[in-house]
Design a protein around this ligand. Structure first.
Ligand SMILES: [Zn+2]
Length: 240
């Protein structure tokens, strides 16, 4: 499959659901072709096996209406910016040919997330170099790179734009709940990760971003370049 409208490329299965799940569900609902690429299989987490997580990831993708999901199999907790890792992403970008790439914000607590942000940016650029590694596919460069603000750290950075996800918030939460193994006790663990508290955090972030544009739930994004506007009267949000 190729020529996707959008590709979300994040470090671990469930990262995209957390920070951009509502937006992806909105895009698929309007008929956009969306691909999800996980850099790792999340095998370093203490809960769930890679096989279980892979099944959960496919279920979450289906809930969001995403038609293609794959893992590049980079080492979990070992995502680093090197040429070999970058070229895995270059190959995926050239094969999927997404017009827009959604990726994680560069300011992150988890080193994999920060590395993923850099790696995906570098790969998207290099993928467009015609003479570079033609064996990885014909040159292609996405038009736009959109960084999702994390739910906690960096969440208060000023977004470039905010997407109203009030209509798809339940879908986002269902996609997150598809990772059932993450909310069950790991071997030797007395208590499970409290799903309620986790949900509260996700909801809090969505409410905070929603408040910025006076809707119930939203997700926030940053672009490094200013957004071009073609119609001043089509600008959403209100100043007062
Ligand atoms: Zn993650």
């Amino acid at each position: 499959m190729s020529d996707f409208d959008l590709a979300a490329i994040c470090a671990h299965p469930d990262d995209a659901e957390l920070v951009m799940g509502g937006t992806l569900a909105r895009e698929t609902a309007r008929g956009r072709r969306v691909a999800l690429v996980d850099l790792t299989r999340g095998e370093a987490g203490s809960r769930g096996t890679p096989e279980i997580r892979a099944t959960e990831a496919q279920a979450a993708a289906a809930i969001l209406g995403v038609i293609h999901r794959e893992s590049l199999g980079l080492p979990d907790a070992g995502v680093i910016v090197d040429v070999a890792s970058r070229d895995r992403v270059v190959e995926a970008v050239r094969r999927l040919r997404p017009r827009v790439v959604l990726l994680q914000h560069w300011e992150q607590r988890h080193p994999d997330h920060a590395a993923a942000s850099r790696l995906v940016y570098d790969a998207a650029f290099v993928a467009g170099l015609r003479a570079y590694r033609p064996d990885l596919g014909p040159a292609f460069r996405p038009a736009k790179m959109i960084y999702a603000l994390p739910t906690t750290e960096g969440a208060d950075a000023a977004p470039s734009f905010v997407v109203d996800i009030t209509e798809t918030f339940d879908t986002k939460m269902r996609a997150i709940a598809a990772y059932a193994s993450q909310f069950a006790p790991a071997p030797g663990e007395a208590a499970a990760l409290p799903l309620d508290r986790f949900r509260e955090n996700v909801e809090l972030a969505a409410r905070r971003h929603g408040q910025r544009i006076r809707v119930r739930y939203a997700e926030a994004f940053v672009t490094k370049e200013p957004l071009a506007v073609h119609d001043l009267l089509a600008l959403g949000g209100s100043s007062f």
